[in-house]
Design a protein around this ligand. Structure first.
Ligand code: 5RP
Length: 268
């Protein structure tokens, strides 16, 4: 890996632990001002202030209007979108920005979604393959996001499907992959994917302890961290949760210790 790409990767995956705590705030591009991101500038400010966020997954619109750069936190610029819940098909994404814009905005990486098995599988994989080539001309890493949309929602917990998606993303040029966590056989997703895999959280879990259990399972299965949104910023105590998650990811805090820390914090 070239020094440029290594440097950028190190702003996403902490070189000391090899893992990353990335917060996704790109939901508004499809969902609008969803719970937890109505005042998105405030959410970003609050979580940034903890000092625990390694990098952000963010759109160009929110990066330029609501983000205060501190020179420390990495930026993964969301490069696919243009499909909303009001439209016919959430999987009908196109590329919404360019490598030039990403470099101008100081991004460390780009991200695009592939909807494997959907009617837009071909188009979204072509986007990924094209963007990977563009990124690699400038040593920018590409995060390949596995999306399910409505059509493939029932495969979200299927390790065989996600293993296919993760591998396909790498074969099309992704340098990192964001997938969902499967309680069964998550190691199968990791086994066939030669680049770092991180998990999204999906819809909000019932409790913060459920979120911690999901993260613990993923880390134990070989995930290199999280690219998570709702389960962090829709928590009643996001900053406190983030601190515990950070210790799990970067310091190997056990799930038992994490559970205890959660109880102590919520008692306050
Ligand atoms: C939205 C996304 C999100 O970045 C991703 O799903 C992570 O967020 P969450 O943890 O809320 O699922 O791809 O389009």
């Amino acid at each position: 890996m070239t020094v440029g790409k290594r440097n950028r990767m190190n702003r996403i995956l902490n070189p000391a632990s090899g893992k990353g705590l990335i917060i996704a705030v790109d939901h508004g591009m499809a969902l609008g001002p969803t719970t937890g991101l109505v005042d998105i500038a405030r959410t970003i400010r609050t979580l940034s202030a903890t000092g625990k966020v390694d990098a952000w997954l963010i759109t160009k619109g929110i990066l330029t209007t609501c983000f205060e750069p501190d020179g420390r936190q990495g930026i993964i610029l969301r490069a696919s979108g243009a499909a909303t819940i009001a439209g016919e098909d959430l999987t009908n994404e196109g590329l919404t920005t360019s490598v030039d814009t990403a470099l101008r905005l100081g991004a460390d990486a780009l991200a695009t979604t592939a909807f494997i098995g959907s009617p837009n599988e071909h188009e979204t994989l072509m986007n990924m393959a094209y963007l990977a080539d563009e990124c690699h001309q400038y040593d920018l890493p590409l995060l390949g996001v596995l999306g399910v949309g409505k059509t493939m929602e029932n495969r979200m917990l299927d390790p065989q499907y996600l293993a296919l998606g993760a591998r396909v993303a790498v074969e099309h040029g992704a340098d990192m992959v964001k997938t969902y966590y499967t309680p069964q056989d998550f190691n199968r997703v990791i086994a066939g994917c030669p680049v770092p895999v991180m998990i999204a959280g999906g819809p909000k879990c019932d409790t913060d302890l459920d979120t911690l259990n999901m993260i613990n399972g993923a880390l134990k299965g070989g995930a290199r961290g999280i690219v998570m949104g709702r389960n962090i910023w829709q928590s009643a105590r996001p900053a406190e949760l983030l601190d515990i998650v950070w210790r799990m990811i970067h310091q190997g805090l056990s799930i038992e210790e994490a559970g205890k820390a959660l109880k102590t914090r919520t008692r306050r």
